[in-house]
Write a protein of this length. Sequence first.
Length: 113
Amino acid sequence: MHEVALMTEAVRLAVEAARAAGAQRVTALRLRVGALSGAAPEAMEFAWDVVRRGTLLADARLEIERVPAVGWCPSCRVEFDTTGCWSECPRCQEPAGELRRGRELEIASMELE
Ligand SMILES: [Zn+2]
């Protein structure tokens, strides 16, 4: 379950940022998780209950913003929904060159007190 490691790291980064800002505690942590990031939001929420104990985030609220995967076709210059890294452009049927969104795994924002 690598979500435990992910959440441990997220809490560590949040504590560091809170200390740097001179905050007493973190009241909310918002994470951005892409559909193709490899992390399962359900497992992250489960891990969250354990890893925040005894930290500045002990009473914080966790919000997970799910980012759907979006591909980009440079020929047609269109964005389209996709479910994987290798999908075709719905207009020209060419394999999509780029994944625009969907791999995010980051702290979007946090609230400090
Ligand atoms: Zn295209």
